[in-house]
Design a protein around this ligand. Structure first.
Ligand code: C2E
Ligand code: CA
Ligand code: CA
Ligand code: CA
Length: 278
C-alpha cells in the first residue's frame, strides 16, 4: 500500500508500480489543480522571422504543484485528456488568453496582435461546447479572427469535431495544424479541417542545418504551405543558423528561444510595448 501523510510519502520501491501509482496520484490532483489555482498560462511570442517583429502569442498551460514543483504539459496534458479534465482546463486557458489579448490589443502598437491557443480534439467533440468557445471570445470583445486554435495531428478525430471546427471557422476563428509532418495524419487533417496555418515541428527545425532528411521535410512543408496558400510557422528556432536557413527557404514566421521563451503575462506585456519578440 501507500502511505500518505502530510506530504506525499511513498513506501514503494518497485519502480514500475511506483510510476503508475504516481501517475494515478497526479491525475487525481490535476482534477483540483484549477480550483487550487495551481495552473497558469505563459505566452510565447510568434515572430516575423526576418525582423523579430511581434506578431502574436501562443498560450501554453503551466502546472505548478506545491510539492512536485513544475509538472510539464507534456506530462499533464495527456493525463487531462484521459481523465476529461482537459475540457475544463482547455476552456480556462482560452479564457485567460482572450482576457490578455483584449488587454494587450489596447496598448500602443498592440492592435494587430493575435493569440494562438492549443486545443484538444475532445474540446470539439460536443458541438454545443465548441460553441461556448465563441462565447468566451465574445465575452472579452475579441475579434474571433484574431484567435487561432492549434490542433495536433491525432489519428482519430470524430466527425462532430470537424463540424465544430467548420462552425467556428465560419464565425471567424482560425485554425493551425500543430507539429506538422510528424504523422501520416497530417495530410488527411489538412483536407478535413479548415486549416489556415501549419506549424513545422521543432524536431525538423532542430535537424535542418545538419540533416538532409530534416531539411527536405522543411522544404516540403513550405512547398505545401505555398501551394495551398497556408501560413507556415517554424517552431523551436534556437540558432541564427536555423533562422538563416529558414529565411533562405522562404519561411516568414517563427517561434523559439532565439527570439523568446514562453513568458509570464508581465514579460509578454513588455514585448507588446516594444513591438518586438526579443
Ligand atoms: P506545442 O504546442 O508544440 O508547444 C511548443 C512547445 O515547444 C512548448 O513546450 C514550448 O515551451 C516549447 N518551445 C518553444 N520554443 C522552443 C525552443 O526554441 N526550443 C525547444 N526545445 N522548445 C521550445 P511546452 O510548453 O512544454 O508544451 C508542450 C506541449 O503541451 C505543447 O506542445 C502542447 O502540445 C501541449 N500544451 C501546452 N499547453 C496546452 C494547452 O493549454 N492545451 C493543450 N491541449 N495542450 C497544451
Ligand atoms: Ca502548439
Ligand atoms: Ca508544436
Ligand atoms: Ca508538440
Amino acid at each position: 500500500a501507500k502511505a500518505r501523510g502530510s506530504g506525499l510519502i511513498e513506501v514503494f520501491d518497485d519502480d514500475a508500480s511506483h510510476r503508475s501509482l504516481d501517475l494515478l496520484d497526479l491525475r487525481f490532483e490535476l482534477a483540483f489543480a484549477l480550483e487550487r489555482r495551481q495552473l497558469k498560462v505563459q505566452y510565447q511570442p510568434i515572430c516575423d522571422l526576418a525582423t523579430g517583429e511581434l506578431l502574436g502569442f501562443e498560450a501554453l498551460a503551466r502546472w505548478h504543484h506545491p510539492l512536485r514543483g513544475n509538472v510539464p504539459p507534456g506530462v499533464f496534458i495527456p493525463l487531462a485528456e484521459e481523465s476529461g479534465a482537459i475540457l475544463e482546463i482547455g476552456a480556462w486557458v482560452l479564457d485567460q488568453a482572450c482576457a490578455q489579448l483584449a488587454r494587450w490589443q489596447q496598448l500602443p502598437g498592440g492592435a494587430g496582435l493575435r493569440m494562438n491557443v492549443n486545443i484538444s480534439p475532445a474540446q470539439l467533440d460536443d458541438r454545443r461546447r465548441a460553441q461556448q468557445l465563441l462565447g468566451t471570445i465574445a465575452t472579452y470583445g475579441v475579434d474571433p479572427s484574431d484567435v487561432c486554435l492549434e490542433v495536433t495531428e491525432y489519428n482519430y478525430v470524430r466527425a462532430a469535431a470537424t463540424e465544430s471546427a467548420n462552425e467556428l471557422r465560419a464565425a471567424g476563428v482560425r485554425f493551425a495544424l500543430d507539429d506538422f509532418g510528424t504523422s501520416y495524419a497530417s495530410m488527411s487533417r489538412l483536407k478535413l479541417f479548415p486549416i489556415g496555418t501549419i506549424k513545422i515541428d521543432r524536431g525538423f527545425v532542430a535537424g535542418m542545418v545538419t540533416d538532409a532528411v530534416d531539411r527536405s521535410v522543411v522544404v516540403g512543408v513550405l512547398a505545401i504551405g505555398e501551394s495551398l496558400r497556408l501560413s507556415v510557422v517554424a517552431e523551436g528556432v534556437e540558432t541564427v543558423q536555423q533562422q538563416q536557413a529558414l529565411l533562405g527557404l522562404g519561411c516568414r514566421q517563427a517561434q523559439g528561444y532565439l527570439f523568446a521563451p514562453p513568458l509570464d503575462p508581465d514579460g509578454a506585456e513588455q514585448a507588446v510595448l516594444r513591438g518586438r519578440c526579443g
